[in-house]
Design a binder for this molecule. Structure first.
Ligand code: NAD
Length: 495
C-alpha cells in the first residue's frame, strides 16, 4: 500500500480529456479535484464539458446503441469479467486513488475497491441468467418465449462517496445489459472515474459504448437528463437532486417516444435501536463504526442511535469513551481512524449542523473542527435529541450522531420509523420476539440485526431504500439488472 501511495502520488496533478464515445476531447475549461486531506494538493485536472458536448454525447450514445446492443451478451459478460480481473490486479492503486481524491482511510478504500470488483463479477454472472431466461408457460400449439432487451442510451450519475464502487456498479450494469452510457461523475472525484474508464477500455469495451462527461451537475446535468434521446437515468446521490432529476425526466420533450425510466437512490437518516436486552459493548462498537466510518459520509451511516431508557446513560458513557479514542487526520496515514470530509462546503454545512445540535441537545463528544490543512471534523455525539429536532430528521452526511431516548422497544421502533427516509437500520437485542417485531415493523430497505448498519455486501445484502431514500433498486441483488432491461414476449403458432 505504501508503494501504491507513492506511485499514485507521482501521478497527481495530471490533465485528463473528456471521453466522448471514443474521442478524447479537450475544452480548456478546467476543473481541479483536490486531496481533501491537503486541499493544496491537486489530484487531477479535468477538461469540463460544454452543453454542446453534452448534447453530442447523448446523440452519439443513441447512434451507437444499435451496434452495441447487438454485441452478443456472452461477449459483454467476458469484457466485464476482464474488467474485474484488471481491477483486482490494480487494487492497491485504486485504493490509493480513493485515499487521495475521496479522503478514504486504507481499510475504507480497500473495502470500496473490493466492492467494485464484486459488482463487476456479480453483474457479469447475472447477465448470463438474463440472456438465457426461464421459458414461460407453453400454451398448446405455441412456442412461447420471453427475451430481455436493453433500453437505449442512459445517463449514469454517481455520487462522490463511493466514487469507484457505485460508479462502476451503475455503469457496468448499464453496459453489460447492452445499453450505451454517458457517465457524469461527481466534480469531487473525476480522476477515479477516469481511472475506471481506462479499465473498461483495457477490458475490451469499445470506446463508442460510453462517454465520460466531466462537468458541473447543474450545468450539463439538466441537458443530458432532458435530451429527447435519453432513455433512462440511473442516479445515486442526495434527495434534492434525485427529486429534481425525477421531475425533469418526467416531462416528455419534442421528438421523445418513451417515458424515461428513472432509478434514483438517495439519502438516509439511518437508525440503530439499542434495546435494554442487548450486548451493550457490541452495540456501542456497531454504532461507533456505523456513525464514524468514512467520517459518517455513507448513505447507510448511523446518524440516530435510539436507546432504551434502561441503558441510556450507560450506553452514552461507553460510547463517549470509545469515540474519544478515534483519531482524525490525513487519510494516507494508517494511524488515523477518520480522514477528512469531502470539501469545504460540506465541512461548513456539517459544522452548522453541529451548532444546531448543541442547541437542540447535549454535546457528549467532539463538536468542533480539527485544526490542520484538511477538512477535518471531530467525531461528534449529541444526546437528548427529540424526534421533532432537525438533527433527528435531516441528513447531515458527516461525523455527527444524534442519540435519542426511548421508553421501551415499541417506542424505539416508532421513533426509528419517524422519518421520511427508509434506507438502512439495525437493532441490537437478545430477545427473539423483539427481533421478529423489528423484522416485521422496521421500515427500511436494509435491516441488520445485532450488527452494524453499514457494509452491505454485494450478493448477500441487495441494497436500496424505501420512501425518500429512493426507488429501492437493490443494487448488488438478483433483480438489479432488470432496471436496465425491458422484456419482450414472443408467441409463435406451431403446427
Ligand atoms: P449530490 O446529489 O449532490 O450529487 C450526486 C451526483 O449528481 C453528482 O455526480 C452531481 O454532480 C450530480 N448532479 C448534481 N446536480 C445535478 C443535476 N441538476 N442534474 C444531474 N446531475 C446532477 O450527492 P453527493 O453529495 O454526490 O452524494 C451524497 C448523497 O448521496 C447523500 O445524500 C447520500 O445519502 C447519497 N447516497 C445514496 C446512496 C444510496 O444507495 N441510496 C449511496 C451513496 C450516496
Amino acid at each position: 500500500m505504501e508503494r501504491a501511495l507513492a506511485d499514485v502520488r507521482a501521478q497527481l496533478g495530471k490533465e485528463y480529456p473528456l471521453l466522448i464515445a471514443g474521442d478524447r476531447v479537450t475544452t480548456g475549461d478546467l476543473l481541479k479535484s483536490v486531496n481533501p486531506s491537503r486541499p493544496r494538493e491537486v489530484v487531477g485536472v479535468h477538461h469540463k464539458a460544454t452543453t454542446e458536448l453534452a448534447k453530442t454525447a447523448v446523440e452519439k450514445a443513441f447512434a451507437n446503441f444499435a451496434e452495441w446492443s447487438r454485441t452478443p451478451a456472452a461477449d459483454r459478460v467476458q469484457m466485464l469479467l476482464r474488467a474485474a480481473a484488471i481491477l483486482r490486479e490494480r487494487k492497491l492503486e485504486f485504493d490509493a486513488w480513493l485515499v487521495f481524491e475521496a479522503g478514504k482511510t486504507w481499510p475504507e478504500a480497500e473495502a470500496e475497491t473490493a466492492e467494485a470488483i464484486d459488482f463487476c463479477e456479480y453483474y457479469a454472472r447475472q447477465m448470463l441468467r438474463f440472456s438465457h431466461p426461464d421459458r414461460p408457460v407453453q400454451l398448446p400449439g405455441e412456442k412461447d418465449d420471453l427475451e430481455y432487451l436493453p433500453l437505449g442510451a442512459g445517463i449514469i450519475i454517481p455520487p462522490w462517496n463511493f466514487a469507484l464502487a457505485i460508479l462502476a456498479g451503475m455503469t457496468t450494469a448499464a453496459l453489460v445489459t447492452g445499453n450505451t452510457a454517458i457517465v457524469k461523475p461527481s466534480s469531487d472525484t473525476p480522476t477515479i472515474a477516469q481511472k475506471f474508464a481506462e479499465v473498461l477500455l483495457e477490458a475490451g469495451f469499445p470506446g463508442s459504448c460510453f462517454s465520460l462527461l466531466v462537468g458541473s451537475g447543474a450545468q450539463v446535468g439538466d441537458v443530458i437528463v432532458t435530451h429527447p434521446k435519453t432513455r433512462f437515468i440511473s442516479f445515486t446521490g442526495s434527495r434534492d437532486v434525485g427529486l429534481h432529476i425525477n421531475e425533469l425526466a418526467a416531462r416528455p420533450q419534442k421528438g421523445q417516444i418513451w417515458i424515461r425510466r428513472v432509478v434514483a437512490e438517495m439519502g438516509g437518516k439511518d437508525a440503530i435501536i439499542v434495546d435494554r436486552e442487548s450486548d451493550l459493548d457490541a452495540a456501542v462498537a456497531g454504532v461507533a463504526q456505523s456513525a464514524f466510518g468514512y467520517q459518517g459520509q455513507k448513505c447507510s451511516a448511523c446518524s440516530r442511535a435510539i436507546v432504551d431508557e434502561a441503558v441510556y446513560d450507560q450506553f452514552i458513557d461507553k460510547l463517549k469513551r470509545r469515540v474519544e479514542t478515534l483519531s482524525v487526520g490525513p487519510s494516507d496515514s494508517p494511524d488515523n481512524y477518520m480522514g477528512p470530509v469531502i470539501n469545504s462546503s460540506a465541512k461548513k454545512s456539517i459544522l452548522e449542523y453541529i451548532e444546531t445540535g448543541k442547541q437542540e441537545g447535549r454535546l457528549v463528544a467532539g463538536g468542533a473542527e480539527v485544526k490542520g490543512d484538511g477538512y477535518f471534523i471531530q467525531p461528534t455525539v449529541i444526546a437528548d435529541i427529540e424526534s421533532g429536532d432537525r438533527l433527528f430528521q435531516e441528513e447531515v452526511f458527516g461525523p455527527v450522531l444524534a442519540v435519542t431516548k426511548a421508553r421501551d422497544f415499541d417506542h424505539a421502533l416508532q421513533l426509528a420509523n419517524d422519518t421520511q427516509y427508509g434506507l438502512t437500520g439495525a437493532v441490537y437485542t437478545r430477545n427473539r420476539d423483539k427481533v421478529n417485531k423489528a423484522r416485521e415493523q422496521f421500515f427500511v430497505g436494509n435491516l441488520y440485526i445485532n450488527r452494524k448498519c453499514t457494509g452491505a455486501m454485494v450478493g448477500a445484502h441487495p441494497f436500496g431504500g424505501f420512501n425518500m431514500s429512493g426507488t429501492d433498486s437493490k443494487a448488488g441483488g438478483p433483480d438489479y439488472l432488470l432496471q436496465f432491461l425491458q422484456a419482450k414476449s414472443i408467441a409463435e403458432k406451431v403446427d
